[in-house]
Design a protein around this ligand. Structure first.
Ligand SMILES: Nc1ncnc2c1ncn2[C@@H]1O[C@H](COP(=O)(O)OP(=O)(O)OP(=O)(O)O)[C@@H](O)[C@H]1O
Length: 240
């Protein structure tokens, strides 16, 4: 379980997260939606300790992410993160790129790392592209490679930060289908997204961020069909 309790985050004088509290249970898919600059991506960075916080706490399965004693590298192995874009190593094949993390971070043998990478690339539908170089992949395939790379660490949690935002519209579907598949398999996921249809169809709960706070949190039906706050309704009117 991910437990976020009254988190405040500042960038210098900019108060970006203003008391965010949220629990995400094992197997749950939570989408974070909201306007640009509302703090969604920053929240994700704080969850896996890429960013520090100034107040409050975040724990993952009881481990305090920001405690001095916490081994962040160890914790991060359990929390996969996929960004809008991932710059793969251009001189390595798709297979070699995905093998890197299990080989270097988990210390697997070459054979083991290759077996993991082959399995995860097959999982995301890239079984035919093992020997290709990243530059020969479409944007959607590159994102699926990034997902395979994260999955190769056998994470317990996956965080997705606008993974379809840089894609041409015709490539968005294949990446969202991969996320759908993971959710059906029971992966615990937090998904920052501008894809409202995805948020509605796949999420167990949706958190609407507004000015650094969770303004409204509920099931997709509650958020999309009967938002309780005018800010939520205004935002949804502007994007739907
Ligand atoms: N490393 C940083 N240093 C300074 N300010 C930052 C940094 N990262 C984010 N910010 C600021 O924090 C605020 C929240 O940004 P964040 O990226 O979390 O918003 P967001 O809700 O994810 O927006 P978007 O949907 O546009 O990605 C913005 O004002 C942004 O400029």
């Amino acid at each position: 379980m991910i437990e976020i309790d009254n988190v405040h985050k500042h960038f210098g004088t900019l108060h970006v997260l203003k008391g965010v509290s949220l629990n995400v249970k094992k197997g749950e898919v939570l989408s974070m939606i909201g306007g640009s600059g509302s703090g969604k991506s920053t929240m994700l960075m704080c969850i896996n300790g890429l960013e520090g916080i100034q107040k409050g706490s975040i724990s993952v399965d009881g481990i305090d992410v920001h405690a001095k004693a916490t081994d962040l590298n160890k914790l991060r192995r359990r929390i996969g993160i996929v960004f809008q874009q991932w710059n793969a190593f251009p001189h390595l094949t798709v297979l070699e790129n995905v093998m890197l993390a299990p080989r270097k971070v988990l210390g697997k043998s070459k054979q083991e790392a290759e077996a993991i990478a082959v399995q995860q690339l097959g999982h995301v539908g890239l079984g035919e592209k093992l020997r290709a170089f990243p530059s020969r992949l479409s944007g959607g395939q590159q994102q699926r490679m990034a997902i395979a790379r994260a999955l190769a660490m056998s994470p317990d949690y996956m965080l997705f930060d606008e993974v379809t935002s840089a894609l041409d519209p015709q490539l968005v579907g294949e990446v969202l289908d991969t996320l759908r598949m993971l959710s059906k398999e029971g992966m615990t996921m937090i998904v920052v997204t501008h894809e409202m249809r995805f948020a509605r169809e796949v999420s167990d709960r949706v958190a609407f961020f507004c000015q650094g706070q969770i303004h409204e949190l509920g099931t997709p039906e509650q958020i999309f069909d009967s938002p309780q706050k005018p800010e939520t309704a205004d935002f949804l009117r502007s994007v739907l």
